[in-house]
Design a protein around this ligand. Structure first.
Ligand code: AMP
Ligand code: MN
Ligand code: MN
Ligand code: MN
Length: 293
């Protein structure tokens, strides 16, 4: 557990932030510049892009920072895929040095792992008489990270399914044929690499892993023991009861709290830049630590 040497602040006293968001460098539709413009228009004043397993969009985000009408402070971000036991979980890293060589090496391995996984997903889908989607998936991913959402888009385009949700429900979601297991790094390794690059590690959307809340408690405890710094307690779809329980879990383990929209695309109406339930917490917000730098 990191040392919390600063005074806890009420969330409402802090600048309006969105610390979880995706660009076209992973499975989002917008460029970093477009996202920044959206953040500025939504009144967000501290903003992070947290693409899956890549920092490719951060440079463009920083370069665009001065160009928007309402100033937006940019924080480096990433959402790392990792394994906690047999569960795949997401750890958001914030405020790290995206040029740290040790992080570069770690992400290069994830690039390779995702490419091999994409080939396997494609092979599995072919066995279900779905046309070879890999070329289109690689095209869609472009310079960015390849993920299941690219398969979902390619399936819609090929007329295999009507929409991306159906692609996940039938082929790509947990336990389906395209949910190909990969040898992801462990949660401890993900936390470690974020720390080595000078950032803070945040347990992303704890209620979105199809776990009982009892198991979520174990996850939060394990995350804290392994050095995790904060828990995301507010994000789209979180029930107010769960938000309060996550806030209590953060207190119990002396962790900070964080929040973000997990915005991917405008067509996903449940998200929007800066959109997440407002809340108050007596725990220190990760933002106040990031703003100390
Ligand atoms: P991957 O990183 O390739 O494992 O893909 C994970 C991403 O797929 C998540 O970050 C979501 O954006 C998306 N995703 C996962 N499950 C679903 C689902 N049931 N419906 C729509 N999108 C999903
Ligand atoms: Mn995603
Ligand atoms: Mn996630
Ligand atoms: Mn996300």
């Amino acid at each position: 557990m990191s040392q919390l040497s600063y005074k806890p602040e009420s969330c409402e006293e802090l600048p309006f932030s969105d610390l979880h968001c995706h660009s076209c460098y992973s499975d989002g539709e917008l460029t970093p510049e477009q996202l920044l413009k959206g953040a500025s228009e939504a009144g967000v004043s501290v903003f992070a892009i947290t693409d899956h397993d890549t920092v490719a969009g951060i440079g463009e985000l920083r370069a665009a920072a001065g160009s928007v009408a309402n100033a937006v402070q940019v924080v480096s971000g990433i959402e790392l895929t990792c394994q906690w036991g047999r569960n795949m979980v997401h750890i958001v890293g914030l405020g790290f040095d995206e040029t740290a060589p040790v992080l570069g090496d770690y992400l290069k391995k994830l690039d390779e792992l995702r490419l091999v996984r994409a080939e396997l997903i494609s092979e599995k889908l072919c066995k279900r008489n779905i046309p070879d989607l890999l070329p289109r998936v690689l095209e869609l991913a472009g310079d960015g990270q390849i993920g299941r959402p690219h398969f979902a888009v390619a399936m819609v385009e090929a007329g295999v399914v009507n929409n991306e949700a159906q692609a996940f429900n039938r082929y790509l979601g947990a336990g389906k044929i395209g949910d190909v297991k990969a040898d992801w790094p462990t949660m401890e390794q993900a936390i470690d690499i974020i720390h080595q690059a000078g950032g803070v590690a945040v347990l992303a959307h704890p209620t979105k892993y199809n776990m009982t809340f009892t198991k979520v408690r174990l996850l939060a405890g394990g995350f804290s023991e392994q050095g995790g710094d904060a828990i995301e307690i507010s994000y789209p779809g979180i029930e107010s009861g769960h938000l309060l329980q996550l806030d209590k879990l953060a207190s119990k383990h002396k962790m900070m709290v964080s929040a973000g929209s997990d915005f991917h695309k405008r067509q996903f109406h449940w998200t929007g830049i800066g959109k997440y339930p407002r809340y108050s917490s007596n725990n220190p917000h990760v933002l106040s630590k990031l703003l100390q730098h």
